[in-house]
Design a protein around this ligand. Structure first.
Ligand SMILES: [Zn+2]
Length: 412
């Protein structure tokens, strides 16, 4: 990822680790063992999806774009009410298969059903993130978090996902933050996703505000701040009424992976500038297009030093779980960004967000053996070829195990 592609290259794998990388002749001389010849292919680090909800894989194509974000919430709630735990189980398993087919070897998956985790054996590396919503019972926030953790603890990698500022209470956010400080787990949330969320928190008005007020959410946190300011205050970086003190406190946000950040006021950029170290940001280009959100401030966030990653979000607002599709959609919206940098947003950057930058997202000795192969031609730009790829991968390895293999000649 940070040096020129190696022609006629080879990778030596021992157990679940990469132990050597170089030209085939050199690797063969230095390493004993069986050889797998993949032919004319590009061998890449497996892709990393920084944000998705496999719960809703079965909702692909079921919700046409709605007039407003609030209408979409109503529509998905109606669909969800028709699904049983068995449906969700099938949906999650199908999601893992689809992600794997398209070259994803690591996934940060939010689930609203941590109780189903014990029935699922993902074939790819998975961070399970319990999606937590306490809008209808904020007094039970702690109970909700503790019950989720009981389920999550059986997994190798997990974290907590208070869903969003408008569905998770202050107590819920702070409970998650406290646990992360103690246990060093990941935290993620949806923030500043829609214009309606901005209207709700900043102006105490709009469709989302009315909808949530009508279902009984206390709305006393609305009418003062932007969503980012509210988030900043909630997790203990100072707080209103004296927001500048939050900046001075300047404590780190090392655990947060913040998804969306589509709606930012000019004043938010001052906060973002002074936030150090920065939290991680996930952008979901096709879900963003589906909702017709305002433009994503990629250039400004990158300039401020944010680690921006790509995610697919769920198939309730997207067409596939392919990160190749996602990279292409991003390229269409941001043609000035190099294909190499876009590939980093689905490999190196999310590895960093998952605090695995020294083991995932690159092909290097000592890194996990998570690899994918795609057919290549001798044409010009390798990275353009990668972004142009739109089929299932022909070969994939996760943690040293081959998980997908199309016989040579069948596909390339
Ligand atoms: Zn999401």
């Amino acid at each position: 990822m940070d040096r020129a592609p190696i022609e006629n290259g080879a990778i030596a794998v021992s157990g679940n680790r990469i132990v050597d990388v170089g030209r085939f002749d050199d690797i063969k001389t230095r390493n004993a063992g069986d050889t797998v010849d993949l032919g004319e292919q590009l061998l890449l680090p497996g892709l990393i999806n920084a944000h998705c909800h496999l719960d809703y894989t079965c909702l692909r194509g079921k919700i046409p774009p709605q007039k407003s974000f609030t209408d979409w919430i109503r529509a998905i709630n109606a669909k969800k009410s028709e699904l049983s735990p068995k449906d969700y189980l099938a949906s999650i398993n199908d999601g893992f298969e689809q992600a794997k087919r398209f070259g994803t070897t690591t996934i940060a998956n939010l689930t609203a059903f941590p109780e189903l985790i014990s029935e699922i054996q993902p074939s790819i590396r998975t961070w399970w993130l319990a999606e937590l919503i306490d809008i209808r019972a904020p007094e039970r926030a702690n109970e909700l978090v503790d019950a989720a953790i009981e389920e999550l603890k059986q997994t190798a990698s997990w974290g907590l996902a208070p869903h969003a500022l408008f569905t998770a209470s202050k107590d819920l956010f702070q409970r998650c933050e406290g646990i992360a400080q103690r246990e060093h787990i990941l935290l993620t949330t949806h923030l500043a996703e829609s214009r309606e969320e901005m209207e709700m928190f900043h102006d105490a008005s709009g469709r989302l505000y009315e909808f949530l007020k009508n279902i009984g959410r206390p709305m006393d946190d609305c009418g003062y701040e932007t969503p980012l300011e509210r988030f900043w205050d909630l997790i203990g970086r100072g707080g209103p009424p004296n927001r500048p003190s939050a900046i001075e406190v300047n404590r780190p946000y090392p655990f947060w992976i913040v998804v969306h950040l589509n709606e930012l006021a000019e004043s938010d950029f001052d906060l973002l500038e002074q936030c150090h170290p920065k939290f991680h940001v996930v952008h979901c280009p096709r879900s963003h297009n589906y909702f017709r959100h305002g433009s994503f401030a990629f250039d400004r966030l990158r300039l401020l030093g944010f680690n921006v990653c790509l995610g697919t979000d769920s198939l309730a607002s997207n067409e596939s779980l392919s990160l190749f599709d996602e990279m292409r959609a991003f390229q269409k919206n941001f043609p000035q960004v190099s294909p190499h940098e876009i590939l980093q947003m689905a490999t190196v950057n999310p590895a960093r967000a998952l605090r695995n930058e020294n083991t995932l997202g690159q092909i290097r000795p000592g890194f996990g053996a998570d690899l994918i192969a795609i057919p290549c031609s001798a044409s010009t730009n390798i990275f353009e070829q990668i972004l142009g790829f739109d089929a299932p991968v022909s070969w994939a390895m996760v943690n040293g195990k081959v998980i997908a293999s199309v016989p040579r000649g069948a596909d390339c």
